[in-house]
Design a protein around this ligand. Sequence first.
Ligand code: TMP
Length: 208
Amino acid sequence: MIMQAQFITVEGGEGVGKSSNIAFILSYLKDKGIDVVSTREPGGTELSEKIRDVLLDAKNKSMVSDTELLLMFAARAQHLAVLIKPSLKKGKWVLCDRFTDATYAYQGGGRGIPMQRIAILEDWVQGELRPDLTILLDLPVEIGMQRASERSAPDRIEQEKNNFFEAVRQSYLKMAADSPQRYRVIDASQTLEQVQKDIAAVLDEYIQ
Ligand code: TMP
């Protein structure tokens, strides 16, 4: 059993099944007796959720990429200070639905903001803190967008075109290839049962 509290993030494009798989991870870790806090980005604290509302509101059509980038990191700074760091310090594991890799994928890959600029903000806001494990749920864009559209009306970011989400997907796959020790890529086009088997195998390898 890893005794030091771990910071686990779950990433992927739209409609890859993050919510149901995060619920699975949470109950899997709890069943192993691990004290874990589940949270999300953008969001996770009262103030960060307000920033999330601004970011995702489909009416905010005039938002430029730098505003979007800085609001993501503003929400993250608050989330780190109020929830993530205090939880890890108390020995609780943190399971986070998206984190800074989403900024590299969406604002970097999708919007075209230079990755180096994002890295400066990452160092500034996070210091040395990085996730210990990142589970990437990978799915072809068309399937994910179809699933997401069946769920709810598209928010501001979901209204982007498929080439935006293709760039997001490729950015995630590149990060996974560049950081194989931190990343585990799961084929999310499989049945939910098989996806969860694969996730459990990752967690087992990790916990023991
Ligand atoms: P969600 O739908 O997974 O809750 O995520 C909200 C949206 O925010 C999703 O379209 C991805 C996007 N996002 C970014 O663009 N950059 C980020 O840094 C984060 C955390 C999310």
